[in-house]
Ligand binder design. Structure first.
Ligand SMILES: O=C(O)C(=O)C[C@]1(C(=O)O)C=C[C@@H](O)C=C1
Length: 365
């Protein structure tokens, strides 16, 4: 068979596979529509249907990854199914998700990685606004950055958790690559100013010291805002990621300039929904303790005694008194696991206040 004939035959095979894939995706989508009808039928008086089920989505993605035999790798396959589920969920209920804008930020990328591209993503100007928008019911969920592997905690997010009573229902991690970007009118030999978010400037501090030591570093509200500003200026550059660069038509003059190659940010999904256990969960709590000797030891003892793995502990000044502190703690397990329940009861006895921010499936993707 000639190469041309072989190519034609293979394309015919791909066409008929695509037809079957389409048929199966449509069948799956019809199933999701019926799931929505069942959810609506089985409601108690005054109860609202819960369409988005993070625990089920985590199970579906993990199941697919377990079944996968290649040649596509697990992450690629999970990403495809993520999008199929996102589209199916949109048939049940189109989700509105608030994120830290403007368009093109890493927080938007995190929202789409977690919920898929069939959600309506709504940009907000500040982290606190995301919390308020979710609390007011104007959107179903919000996405906020909580910690960066290079720079540590995002304090605006932690402080907002103190002020609002929202539940964490998921997490997602994103590798953060920063580039030095310029517009078409920029004179690259005359750059005297670099715009970026304060966190990103900090994540590229050493690179800037080495390559642009005398350039003014200007912190703006987001990387996307930095990219937007640079577009019209001839003597400035922006530090931002791929999406913002593409969105504003900028050119990369240096790639992956973050000081640490493993630079990544963890984001949390916030809403009003409690998520049932999946067997592979995390829980986040806030504890405030009286400032007395050995306070941290008392706080951590129940975790140690029960063999619970802490994944993060962060301290912030409490809003209620000078020199009193609150601890943000993340650990493996679900608040309804008997072991975790016991440990939380012990902590409650010792603490001035304990707030459970939520239990949620460990990030799959
Ligand atoms: O299983 C459900 O409850 C569904 O609604 C179906 C489905 C899916 O497409 O698999 C869709 C949305 C939910 O978030 C979880 C799963």
């Amino acid at each position: 068979m000639s190469d041309e004939a072989q190519l034609k035959a293979l394309r015919n095979r791909i066409d008929s596979i695509d037809e079957k894939v389409l048929e199966l995706i449509s069948e799956r989508a019809r199933c999701a529509q019926t799931v929505a009808e069942v959810k609506q039928k089985t409601l108690a008086e005054g109860e609202k249907p819960v369409f988005y089920r993070p625990e089920r989505e985590a199970w579906v993605l993990k199941h697919i990854m377990e079944l996968n035999k290649g040649p596509l790798d697990n992450e690629e396959v999970a990403r495809l199914f993520r999008e199929i589920m996102s589209a199916c969920l949109a048939l049940e209920e189109p989700l509105r998700v608030a994120y830290l804008g403007p368009e093109g930020t890493f927080t938007q990328a995190a929202a789409l990685k977690h919920f898929g591209h069939s959600v309506v993503s709504v940009p907000m100007a500040a982290i606190d606004e995301i919390f308020r928008e979710v609390a007011a019911g104007a959107v179903h969920f919000g996405v906020v950055p909580v910690e960066n592997s290079t720079e540590g905690a995002i304090n605006h997010t932690l402080d907002s958790f103190l002020e609002h009573d929202l539940a964490i229902c998921g997490e997602v991690e994103l590798r953060i690559h920063h580039h030095l970007l310029v517009g078409e009118n920029t004179r690259t030999d005359k750059i005297s100013r670099v715009y970026s978010h304060a966190q990103s400037l900090a994540q590229c501090r050493k690179w800037l010291d080495a390559h642009y030591p005398n350039v003014e570093r200007v912190a703006v509200a987001s990387n996307a805002e930095a990219a937007r500003r640079v577009k019209g200026e001839w003597n400035s550059a922006a530090i931002a990621g791929d999406i913002a660069g593409e969105l504003y038509g900028l050119t990369r003059i240096a790639e992956k300039i973050e000081d640490r190659p493993d630079n990544s940010t963890r984001f949390l999904m916030i809403g009003n929904q409690e998520v049932p256990p999946t067997g592979d969960d995390k829980t986040s709590i806030i504890v405030s303790m009286n400032n007395r000797p050995g306070v941290l030891h008392h706080l951590l003892q129940p975790f140690h005694e029960n063999g619970i793995d802490l994944t993060r502990i962060e301290t912030r000044p409490s809003r209620s008194g000078k020199w009193t502190y609150v601890f943000f703690i993340d650990f493996f397990g679900h608040q309804h696991d008997p072991l975790i329940k016991g440990a939380l009861e012990k902590i409650r006895e010792e603490a001035v206040a304990l707030k459970i921010l939520g239990s949620y499936p460990k990030a799959v993707l």
